[in-house]
Design a protein around this ligand. Sequence first.
Ligand SMILES: *Cc1c(COP(=O)(O)O)cnc(C)c1O
Length: 360
Amino acid sequence: MDMFSKALKNLVPYTAGEQPRDSLYVKLNTNENPYPPPAPVKAMLQTLDVDRLRLYPDPLCRTLREKLGKLNGVPADMVFTANGSDEALSFCFFAFFDGEKGCVLFPDITYSFYPVYCNFYRLPYRTLPVSADFSIDAEAFIENAKISSGIIFPNPNAPTGMYLEPDRIASLLERYPKDKAVVIDEAYIDFGGVSSAGLLGSYTNLVIVRTFSKGMSLAGLRLGYVLASPEAVNALIRVKDSFNSYPVDYITQELASAACDNPDYFKEIQMRIRDTRDNFTRDLRALGWNVLPSRANFIFASKDGLTGKEIYSKFREQNILVRHFNIERISHFVRITIGTPADMDLVLKTAASLWRNNHD
Ligand SMILES: *Cc1c(COP(=O)(O)O)cnc(C)c1O
């Protein structure tokens, strides 16, 4: 016997990408943004009132939620904020999925935190295979609607970068039961996809999860948010208040608000990343790699005859960090975050010299 709970022993934590403590590496393994936050965010940090830290922050993040609502064309009571979108996702699993109603549905190849939350909250789940081209099969959700308590998937999907068109999502929402949640994790929506936020007015069971970590260059700040009906937002506030009244601290509220005031800067760097991604995709294909079409700030690629682990290890020896997954169907792929054009040139040159084609 020891002091540890059975629940603890049964936990299977998510494995995050490596976060090395030195800056030896060109770090293209956790989809961070290569560009800094805008100058007004830095200026805001410098003017923050340290004495204010004596007090608790606004537990309801009212100013920030107003701003996020304006940016997304919804009122503040349709916005919920959390300490990173992983926390927002976790609250969604607790609030909207119910083992007695059925299982949680998600694609077999997707964000590997979803099964971790299911285990944490003891929710049954069923994974549905993505199509042969790795696109999400929206019809499979409909076919399994009866046995489900809800759906969750990222759009664009991770780690594939594959994007589900808005008309497919509208059709899914139209046919899926209205008393079961459809949670769309839009962590990568800033890189060329169209958000499903426009459908919130028509479907009260739609829940959209967003993050400041990728498109907004603020992974270190820890801010995620949810766009959903006022009832769903109240449900998430109830969960938050049963866990931690103040998950979003004062500094985060102020800096994230400053970020919201500078949407043009973010559009500009997101556009730059899209251009770099499209050029890198073309150039890597020219070297004989298979690259899935990505709408995210990373690409998912493989090269015949190599495993993902081999590619990862060879790049690592050259101080380039990418991510590979020991998961069936994708073990020969690596996920490469899109950095600056100079980062991607280095990846291309390194790939070209590591794996020369047989004829040269
Ligand atoms: C990065 C990522 C998140 C987590 O983002 P945080 O806001 O940093 O917690 C959530 N979902 C997906 C699909 C991601 O790739």
